[in-house]
Unconditional design. Structure first.
Lengths: 144, 185
């Protein structure tokens, strides 16, 4: 798809807003629709669009598959780690009240951290699945 | 209110039209495109039903990522449906109509759209989530509060499910690619 100038220009124009929208949905999820899962999928779709237009190889250079495996596990670790942190602070598992002096502030911190973990894992897994699917086709094309 | 009803009807008519068009197709590329369109129409319906969280997910996953994955899969397999024997088509038709009839029968038991006396409206948990939440967690988006705090344990499980599913795909498909590369070298 490298010769499609219109697609390339339009993609260059809309990929940054998609990424910013993903961050907005991620970190504004307490106040407006959305949350970690939605943000992760929207962010992943921006990278997938980049891979479709500029080639999977370019996308792999921007976000290496090895990094995705680390971030995918990191997201779950952030979520579970928050639960362990609340237990160490003296509360129940995932009881965010104890994260700050004020229970409501603790809840806000907890929501932000946990949603961030969800977003990171979902985005990483989506991009990784896209790499695997798209990469197989490319390799077979070259072999035949 | 009338515009909303008209929009609802219009979207539902489009949904049925897309579904009928899908059923008649043999070539799978337009099927993938129409499935994306179906998701986009569903997302619009969810927005009309005041469920923007679900609409965002449906638009991004159903219309976006799934369509791309379908297309990528067609690159690996053939993009045309095999002709099916007439006898098996009859069985499929019977199963489809039986399932549809059961769903319609079950939907008769559901409360009417917008009814006041449904369990969703009358259950004590409604007060807990919509009123007490503003004092306990104090975020305007109750969906986020329910998902991440009240039901934080479930969401941890869901995140683990996404992670495990992704790992499964990587193990099944990621390895054979590397194998091919090493064969060539």
């Amino acid at each position: 798809m490298r010769e499609h100038t219109v697609l390339r220009v339009v993609a260059q124009l809309i990929i940054p807003p998609i990424l910013i929208f993903a961050l907005y949905v991620q970190f504004h999820g307490d106040y407006s629709p959305g949350g970690g899962f939605q943000a992760g999928v929207i962010g992943a779709s921006a990278i997938i669009l980049y891979g479709l237009i500029f080639g999977v190889e370019a996308a792999r250079r921007a976000i290496p598959p090895t990094a995705l495996r680390i971030t995918a596990s990191l997201g779950v670790l952030i979520y579970g780690g928050t639960g362990v942190a609340t237990m160490l602070a003296g509360g129940n598992f995932l009881d965010y009240d104890v994260l700050a002096h004020d229970p409501i502030h603790g809840q806000h911190y907890g929501l932000l951290i946990v949603e961030f973990g969800v977003g990171v894992t979902v985005a990483s897994i989506m991009i990784a699945i896209f790499y695997v699917f798209a990469g197989r086709g490319r390799v077979e094309d070259r072999d035949t | 209110m009338t515009t909303e009803i008209l929009l609802n009807f219009g979207l539902l008519v489009f949904l049925v039209a897309v579904a009928l068009a899908l059923a008649g197709m043999r070539h799978l590329f337009p099927v993938a495109m129409l499935t994306g369109l179906y998701s986009l129409l569903s997302a619009s319906l969810f927005t009309l039903l005041n469920a923007p969280d679900v609409a965002l997910t449906e638009a991004a996953v159903g219309a976006g990522v799934t369509t791309v994955l379908f297309l990528a899969t067609f690159g690996l397999t053939r993009a045309r449906e095999k002709p099916v024997k007439a006898s098996r088509q009859v069985i499929g038709l019977v199963v489809t109509f039986a399932t549809g009839a059961m769903l319609v029968y079950a939907s008769l038991d559901m409360p009417h759209f917008g009814a006041k006396d449904t369990p969703v409206q009358t259950h004590p948990l409604r007060h807990e989530y919509l009123v007490a939440e503003q004092h306990e967690i104090d975020v305007p988006n109750t969906v986020t509060a329910v998902l991440a705090s009240y039901r934080g344990y479930d969401t941890l499980g869901e995140t683990a499910v996404v992670f495990t599913a992704g790992l499964g795909v990587l193990i099944l498909l990621g390895r054979s690619r590397r194998g091919k590369r090493s064969n060539k070298a």
